[in-house]
Design a protein around this ligand. Structure first.
Ligand code: TYM
Length: 339
């Protein structure tokens, strides 16, 4: 039995700008895991972004913007490895091997593929279909044991475990690839759309009013929360009272996550409060927490060379961990390493 070093890996796609969902569901928690008992590796997954069309110039900006978002939120490149996926070719190489391990039937069950492909499944890229096996490669290339993600990525992390387990079994490789744990914690694992509490807040929704972007300034943040859809009822006395009120529940969860308390604590503070009181308090809190991050992102974005230098260093460190694991994988699979 090998004991795998506790190691965290997670990634964010540079497709469109970062949202409050990415921040609360992912980045903020990445920062919390830094400096603990784990080695932390965070990646801007540009190869995942191109599974749907990306304008090349926009992709470059978006890649740097995600990196800036990580750094501005508190990811410290001297404590964590921060890099962009395409610069470590081993991701694509291991991804191919996993394409030969994963089964078509497994891919067909991926709900995110079904949602994204919709009725257009014949026309989407082959990469979009194979996406989850590249994601498994991202994680397993570092023998990562813990994967902090939002709720929407749970199925992909479970698939990663299935791929690891099938590989280990088929090649009689013991526990060469660890069975990683998804870490889905806190009150904001699924931040919802501000205009429709039944839909996830996403980078690509139709209206800008339905999401908070990490680059929004204080006025925009305040305006979006004040205009967020709610129902006419005041906040209830207990959390149970939010059961069939998705928009209200979402705002309470966002408040809880931003202020690092439980949703129960928010309800006990605001029981009976109307939206005229709660929304401005939420807007103020969000501005207090997010405006410094967006300002720092804007500052960093003016220095793309600095961002690139950080990513380059991170890529080298990532590659140094990845290469021996990839080479060992080749040996296990029976590929002749003739050079
Ligand atoms: P992506 O880029 O869609 O999202 C990045 C992270 O943000 C989380 N997230 C949310 N959390 C809460 N509420 C929301 N509304 C919300 N929207 C997004 C996501 O759950 C995710 O954690 N396939 C991944 C990227 C990826 C990856 C990996 C993640 C590629 N390889 C390896 C972990 C490990 C994705 O598309 O995330």
């Amino acid at each position: 039995m090998t004991t795998h070093t506790p190691r965290v890996f997670s990634g964010i796609k540079p497709s469109g700008g970062l949202t409050l969902g990415n921040y609360l569901g992912a980045i903020k928690r990445f920062v919390d895991m830094q400096g603990q008992e784990f080695e932390t590796i965070y990646c801007v997954v540009d190869l995942h972004a191109i599974t749907v069309w990306q304008d090349p110039a926009v992709l470059k900006d978006a890649t740097r913007e995600v990196a800036a978002g990580f750094i501005a939120s508190g990811i410290d490149p001297s404590q964590s490895i921060l890099f962009n996926q395409s610069q470590v070719p081993a991701h694509a190489e291991l991804g191919w091997i996993f394409n030969c391990v994963a089964r078509v039937g497994w891919m067909n069950r991926m709900t995110q593929f079904k949602d994204k492909a919709g009725k257009n499944a014949e026309q989407v890229s082959l990469g979009l279909y194979a996406y989850p096996s590249l994601m498994a490669a991202d994680i397993l290339l570092y023998h990562a044991t813990h994967v902090p993600v939002g709720e929407d990525q749970k199925q992909h992390v479970e698939l990663t475990r299935d791929i690891a387990s099938k590989f280990n079994h088929d090649f009689k490789a013991g526990d060469f690839f660890p069975l990683c744990e998804p870490i889905i914690e806190g009150p904001a694992t699924r931040v919802m759309n501000l205009r429709d509490g039944t839909k996830k807040m996403s980078k690509s929704g139709e209206s800008d009013m339905e999401r908070i972007n990490m680059t929004d300034d204080a006025d925009k943040i305040a305006k979006k929360f004040k205009k967020a859809k709610t129902d006419p009822e005041p906040l209830p006395e207990t959390l149970d009272g939010l059961k069939d009120r998705p928009e209200a529940r979402n705002l309470v969860d966002i408040y809880a996550s931003l202020s690092e308390v439980t949703p129960e604590a928010v309800i006990s503070e605001y029981a009976g409060a109307g939206w005229g009181r709660f929304k401005p308090a939420l807007a103020d809190l969000a501005v207090e927490k997010l405006a410094p991050i967006s300002q720092e992102m804007a500052r960093l974005m003016k220095k793309p060379d600095e961002i690139d230098a950080i990513l380059a260093k991170g890529s080298e460190k990532a590659d140094a961990i990845a290469q021996p694991i990839l080479q060992k994988t080749y040996d296990i699979v029976g590929l002749v390493r003739s050079r």
